[in-house]
Design a protein around this ligand. Sequence first.
Ligand SMILES: Cc1cc2nc3c(=O)[nH]c(=O)nc-3n(C[C@H](O)[C@H](O)[C@H](O)COP(=O)(O)OP(=O)(O)OC[C@H]3O[C@@H](n4cnc5c(N)ncnc54)[C@H](O)[C@@H]3O)c2cc1C
Ligand SMILES: C[S@@+](CC[C@H](N)C(=O)[O-])C[C@H]1O[C@@H](n2cnc3c(N)ncnc32)[C@H](O)[C@@H]1O
Length: 628
Amino acid sequence: MLDWQNGQPFSSRFGDVYFSRDSGMAEKRHVFLEGSRLAERLASLPSGDGFAVGETGFGTGLSFLCTWQLFDEVIPFSSRCSLDFFSVEKYPLTERELSDALAQWPALQGYANELIKRWRRRVPGWNRWSFGEGRVRLTLVVDDVAKALPEICVGIDAWFLDGFSPACNPEMWTQQVFESIVQASRPGATFATYTCAGHVRRGLEQAGFQVSKSPGFGLKREMLQGRLPGSPPARSIPATAIVIGGGVAGCAAASALAMRGVSVKLIDRSPALAAGASGNPSGILHTRLAAGMNSLQRFVLASYGHALALLDEKLPIDGIVRAECGELQLAFSAEEAKRIDKLAALDWPPHVLQHVDAAEASLLAGIELAHGGLWFPAGGWVVPPRMCAALASNPAIAHFTSHRVESLTAVDAGWRVEGKNQHEQTWCHEAQLAVVCTGYEVKSFAPLASLPLTPVRGQITVLPTTSHSRNLRTIVCTSGYLLPSIAGVHMMGATHSFNDEAVNLRIADHAKNLSRLTEISAVLARSMNTDSLDIRQLDGRASVRASLPGAMPLVGKLLPGLYTSLGHGTRGLISAGLSGELIASAACEQLLPLPLAVVNALAPVAKRVRETSSHMVSPAIGIRSPGI
Ligand SMILES: Cc1cc2nc3c(=O)[nH]c(=O)nc-3n(C[C@H](O)[C@H](O)[C@H](O)COP(=O)(O)OP(=O)(O)OC[C@H]3O[C@@H](n4cnc5c(N)ncnc54)[C@H](O)[C@@H]3O)c2cc1C
Ligand SMILES: C[S@@+](CC[C@H](N)C(=O)[O-])C[C@H]1O[C@@H](n2cnc3c(N)ncnc32)[C@H](O)[C@@H]1O
């Protein structure tokens, strides 16, 4: 919680100020920017290279904004250089507190507004947001420093140690934290901090830094700086990539690569993008969580926050292609009630989820509901083909539709992709990088044939709105989901038929979807006249998901230069974006947007190893070489 003392933000929990009372901005610049020789180091980056700053204690985000502003001053827009800023914060400010604290700095207001816009999308755990057309990426971990630092993948170049004074907050200055900082650093990494405490100096020296003192800011006589031995190797960013598959996974991977200046060929066999599972008229942006925070839950939660922030940029809410109507997950069965109770017992920020009873749920929904459950205020729906189009709209992405890929071969310069067009003429493209995003269809690509993907057919049903159902304001989920009326119809989803690749509409599947209406509300079911509807006349759409045992998709590097974003199952609309970001970050040797355990759990090489254990090399597990 933020308090104010003499017009300055102050933490009563720690009994310390967020920055110097003299001038916070001047202090951050002196201690961290100048203390790390940041302007000089950024200016000497070769074109296309990147730089990563790590911070302990995000607080008001002032150091991040000062760093971003400096990056803009030093690095011209024409350069392909980018900045990663990693920070950790155990007690994030509310949106109101953040905007009040940053209102003090008119010179940073443009930058601050961008941060405040993303702030409402923050989730517990890992958050990844892009700024300035992708030139700057913020990875903010909402967690304890001791837990977050050992999970960083691909290292940091300059550390800002800013965790309140060691006397007020000893947890931020432990030997374990210092060791983790060194583990997560690139050769030649530096640190800077305002404190001169002896145990901090000795601890950082013991961890491996060469430490020196320099003049402090304002009344502080001295501060500490340090450097690790060595010099960082240049990052190599691929110039070209081929992305196979124009669903959300392919469009998101293409978008993330193009944002980094990679020239992308996006190839799909259909005449238009979003012809497969990503072609439904609408889909929900939602997160279904379990109480235990395993790798899948951490991935899903991070994906949810990321997808909402990404779409705010690429496909803003307008009520036509995207809406934020909120989502209710009802405790309609004993099993769901148990899951919901366990989740509700955890400490969630109210902007992420709230526990509501049946009366509150009914008020939110605008219709009477028999059950309470979980309320996700930021849940909403999107038109997936419009999402694909928005992601794939970038001058660096060339579209090749009606191009069926038939083979994928490793060549000296990367990967060769060959196939036929709609006239059965053969074509061939080569690129340094290939990303396979073909949903369940990988069997024909030799390097991917052993991946354990299962086709799961699904059908949605479109129902006419009635005078009662028109009152529904939110998405309601039980064993399926019902959307509020969009252009005079409701959409209900979805069925699951394993190992079924047929995409014809089935009456039995419509019936299955309709049967779920009573789980939501008996009154609603009656009002929608489902008994008298001619089910054969109902509209809908069937397509095929790609599913994996355990539901964790296959995202990352399979072979040198070959990546996959596959197996998004029932949640591709939220998981595709962060998966694309992970692939692009890994391919460009940049800070990864997810913790090591999650990166390794997503890694396709690990899955392939498990399936075909005899002839693949085990993935290297470790900070500098995660299994991606
Ligand atoms: C009925 C139903 C309802 C759903 N509802 C939701 C929802 O509400 N929210 C949600 O988050 N998720 C939902 N999903 C899941 C979501 O739609 C998927 O997870 C997501 O669309 C997967 O995207 P993708 O890009 O991996 O696959 P796809 O969208 O299937 O894209 C694969 C692409 O690869 C192309 N391709 C395949 N083989 C080749 C080849 N050889 N050469 C060239 N191109 C090729 C295909 O043409 C296709 O365009 C639903 C799925 C279904 C089936
Ligand atoms: C001095 S403030 C950081 C100021 C910030 N860099 C800025 O620019 O505003 C220190 C921050 O560290 C956070 N913090 C304290 N203990 C922490 C811990 N154990 N793990 C993560 N964050 C912690 C505090 O909540 C506080 O926001």
